[in-house]
Design a protein around this ligand. Structure first.
Ligand SMILES: [Zn+2]
Length: 237
């Protein structure tokens, strides 16, 4: 269990947690804009404090941005509701009839065919499963295309819904995990995440070598990254 300490610098409050990590990690979480700093357990408090003090402007800016976001509207999965697919919004076409369940992209809308009286939760689960399939389907050719370029091999791909990460990489087992929510984001952002995780097979940390690698293979990666993180996480569509 890590213990959190509340730091106050000027008017900014942030939670400091000690963890067995190598680098400081600062974040501002929606929807309240709570700032938290994870610091290596051996780092002196003054050093963590100095780091936080040097980031006050960034924290204030991020907090303003996070707090200004409209609250996520819960989805109802009703006919015509807007849903995202690869960065575009499409109306949901809800067809309720006694027939096999179907989810597919059809003529500019997302068709969801379910038996009458299907609960919202089940509709959401069916769509989530479909998004997962979309990511899996789109990732396979991308990985195949990037393997020879980067000179790496991905042993296994997992797609699942994740709260905090867009993707992760198990270097030892050469396994890549992608967030199923990526199916809602623009394809170039998706490609960035795939390439980022694959690049970890060559460089473990986000150090200068890692960045140089991305610069070389995906020169506009910073733009794609910014675009991905600027987009609302769970848009009502
Ligand atoms: Zn990474």
């Amino acid at each position: 269990m890590s213990q959190a300490v509340l730091l106050r610098i000027a008017e900014v409050e942030l939670l400091l947690r000690r963890k067995q990590i190598k680098h400081l990690h600062l974040r501002v979480s929606p929807p309240d804009g709570i700032a938290s700093l994870s610091a290596p357990d051996r780092m002196p408090l003054e050093a963590a404090y100095a780091f936080a003090a040097s980031k006050l402007d960034w924290i204030r800016r991020k907090q303003a941005e996070v707090r200004a976001r409209p609250p996520a509207i819960p989805l109802s999965y009703g006919d015509g509701e807007s849903h995202s697919l690869w960065g575009e919004h499409y109306p949901l076409r809800l067809v309720e009839r006694e027939a096999p369940v179907r989810v597919e992209f059809l003529e500019g809308s997302i068709l969801l065919q379910v038996p009458p009286g299907t609960p919202q939760k089940r509709k959401g689960a069916l769509l989530a499963l479909w998004y997962r399939g979309q990511v899996r389907q789109a990732a396979a050719p991308l990985i195949a295309q990037w393997e020879p370029r980067l000179g790496v091999r991905v042993e296994r791909l997992f797609v699942q819904r994740m709260k905090r990460l867009w993707g992760s990489c198990n270097i030892r087992d050469r396994r890549i995990r992608l967030n199923s929510e990526l199916a809602k984001k623009p394809v170039d952002c998706f490609e960035y995440v795939v390439v980022h995780e694959m690049a970890h097979l060559l460089v473990r940390l986000h150090d200068h070598r890692f960045k140089a690698l991305l610069d070389r293979f995906l020169p506009d990666w910073r733009l794609r990254q910014r675009r991905l993180n600027d987009l609302p996480r769970d848009p009502a569509g």
